[in-house]
Design a protein around this ligand. Structure first.
Ligand code: UDP
Ligand code: UDP
Length: 478
């Protein structure tokens, strides 16, 4: 792969830092990076270049990037073209997004230097999945390197502490409960599944990146103090780890309205907007498990029966495969014609991408049954929609614990996640949805979290000040 040259030749001045943003793969990483790009470019007058690894893993990513450049021509495009990376023999059965992280990690040492020099970068912001390979390259060029953590502050504290935990327990011991200093105990059952296996591709990256955090010039996290006070204070006060660099809690980064799908992709999205508009205020349960994973087929059937039995209207985004390009099957194959007929009118089920941010802001939506990918959580916060948490994998149980602690929603902790066999039954799902839909106290608490988020991001708020402090560091690095 070779980086393309930036579209303009002027270099960043002292008053307008020239910042290169380098996300890794998957919408869960790309979306917060594009929000950061827009906040820095349009909001703080920075000169922003975004590194784009092509071809993207999913088509959702390529559409999102195209929409970003169309709406924000001031953001420069730095393309990294990829030869196919076949590591399936090295990591049999590995997740395609993790393989892409690995491919990026392997090419970063040789590619990143020329790319930064060509862009005249005054600072680099890399995704947490690339930290350990990117920081040494930036250091060599004397370019300050910041790590952007696209998940929760609680998860960042866990990640920063986890290598120390491993060193303390010693090799050969399983991962138990992890007491993150200054934060709280992450039970073994909430530790991302992969981390129980020291040889897993994800674990190797996670630990290498965790160790590298101390060598960054600063850490950005899409979180805000009022929602995760323990974690933000423990990170900023260096209780988690005494050697941590400054931590800038800049969230929740605001969604960018102009990035809607257009053309054929918009048509494929079908009629969910019209359907939502037809609903009276607040009867709809929105159900989505994010862009990364598909529920097992038998769990999809239980969820279908649960939604049918709960009696509420629902909008359900179903994924049948990990990567959207592979998801060709029909809805009726997954759910059965009879189910689709029975719920017609009351429930809308779709396999296509929906503009989730727009859905959550729609007055018809009252509850979000969510896997608790961190972006989904932050979007629920900004739109004030209570969450019924059903974490499935990776950091999602940690995020679900944040959801409960801050008052954003509820979590049935005994519900299974990937790797556990027990199915969550239709009756349990229906009962919890009904309870959450009738929980007025929860709706009030959720509204309070939204208020706190609004206060954090306006001029003078904690997140606003953190972002401004970060920009200042890029102008006048220490
Ligand atoms: N993560 C991390 N370092 C990495 C990769 C992932 O800290 O090198 C963390 C982070 O908390 C992230 C979680 O692991 O949110 C799951 O990451 P993954 O990329 O699997 O999931 P996604 O964010 O795409 O849902
Ligand atoms: N998303 C969306 N429409 C969909 C599925 C996902 O807009 O049909 C967006 C969602 O709003 C979020 C991102 O994709 O911004 C997914 O990130 P998240 O961290 O919630 O979960 P992941 O997909 O990484 O598991």
């Amino acid at each position: 792969p070779a980086p393309s040259s930036p579209s303009r030749s002027s270099h960043g001045s002292r008053s307008s830092p020239r910042i290169v943003l380098f996300p890794s793969a998957g919408m869960g990483h790309l979306v917060p990076f594009t929000r950061l790009a827009v906040a820095l470019s349009a909001g703080h007058g920075c000169d922003i270049s975004l590194v784009t690894a092509l071809p993207t893993v999913s088509s959702a990513e390529s559409r999102h990037i195209a929409a970003l450049y169309a709406a924000f021509p001031a953001i420069r495009q730095l393309d990294l073209r990829f030869a196919p990376f076949d590591a399936s023999s090295e990591f049999p059965g590995a997740d395609p997004f993790y393989l892409r992280y690995e491919a990026l990690r392997r090419c970063a040492p040789s590619l990143l230097g020329p790319l930064l020099a060509g862009a005249g970068a005054s600072a680099l912001v890399v995704d947490m999945a690339l930290a350990s390979v990117a920081i040494p390259v930036a250091r060599e060029l004397h370019v300050p390197c910041f790590v952007f953590f696209t998940a929760s502050a609680t998860m960042l504290s866990f990640k920063a502490y986890f290598p120390t935990y491993l060193d303390d327990v010693g090799a050969g011991h399983g991962v138990g409960d992890v007491d993150v200093p200054g934060v709280y105990r992450i039970p073994s059952s909430s530790v991302p599944q992969a981390l129980h296996d020291p040889d897993n591709i994800f674990t190797r990256q996670f630990v290498a990146n965790g160790r590298a955090l101390a060598t960054a010039d600063g850490l950005l996290v899409n979180a805000f103090h009022a929602m995760e006070p323990e974690a933000v204070e423990a990170l900023q006060g260096r209780f988690v780890l005494s050697v941590l660099p400054p931590v800038f809690a800049v969230g929740p980064l605001m969604p960018v309205n102009d990035l809607r799908e257009t053309g054929e992709a918009a048509q494929k999205q079908g009629n969910y907007r019209a359907w939502l508009d037809e609903q009276p205020p607040r009867p709809v349960v929105y159900v989505s498990f994010g862009s990364r994973k598909a529920l097992p087929k038998d769990q999809i059937k239980e969820l279908a029966a649960g939604l049918e039995a709960c009696g509420h209207r629902f909008l359900w985004v179903v994924k049948g495969a990990v990567v959207d390009r592979d998801d060709a099957g029909e809805l009726s194959e997954l759910l059965g014609e009879a189910f689709l007929r029975r719920v017609q009118g009351r429930g809308l089920v779709t396999k296509s991408w929906v503009e989730q941010e727009e859905v959550l802001r729609h007055p018809a939506v009252a509850l979000f049954v969510s896997h608790c990918g961190w972006n989904s959580v932050t979007e629920a916060v900004s739109s004030g929609v209570p969450v019924l948490a059903w974490p499935r994998f990776a950091d999602q149980r940690v995020n679900a614990s944040v959801v409960v602690r801050c008052g954003l929603g509820v979590w049935a902790e005994q519900w299974s996640w990937e790797g556990e066999e027990a199915l969550v039954r239709a009756e349990e799902i229906a009962a919890l949805v009904m309870e959450a839909m009738g929980d007025d106290a929860m709706a009030v608490k959720t509204a309070n979290v939204r208020e706190a988020a609004s206060r954090a991001v306006v001029d003078g708020g904690t997140s606003y000040l953190c972002l401004a402090a970060f920009v200042h560091r890029c102008i006048a690095p220490r």
